[in-house]
Design a protein around this ligand. Structure first.
Ligand SMILES: [Zn+2]
Length: 96
């Protein structure tokens, strides 16, 4: 896999990722991550807002656990995709 970081020229980096990392040596692949408590706390807060912590995941899972909730979600998604299809079909029609 490629590093994919943005170079100073604005193009994606083409060097391979370091094994087990997501970036090449030039783009922080050797970094072992933030260490200062301030930054770690900042990242924790950000993960919370993204619902990415184990606690947040558990909260979301609990909310969706009931079959009724799942069915409501399914109906919402089906309606969404039907609306999208309708909109696409409308746009595909030649305008008179
Ligand atoms: Zn790179």
């Amino acid at each position: 896999m490629l590093c994919g970081a943005r170079t100073r020229a604005g193009t994606p980096c083409r060097r391979p990722k370091l094994p087990g990392r997501s970036r090449c040596r030039n783009h922080g692949g050797l970094s072992t991550g933030p260490k200062s408590p301030e930054v770690l706390e900042l990242l924790r807060q950000r993960l919370l807002t993204l619902n990415r912590t184990p606690e947040a995941r558990a909260r979301l899972a609990a909310r969706n656990r009931s079959p009724e909730a799942r069915e409501r979600q399914r109906a919402r998604m089906l309606a969404y995709w039907a609306a999208r299809r309708a909109e696409k079909a409308r746009q595909a029609e030649p305008s008179v």
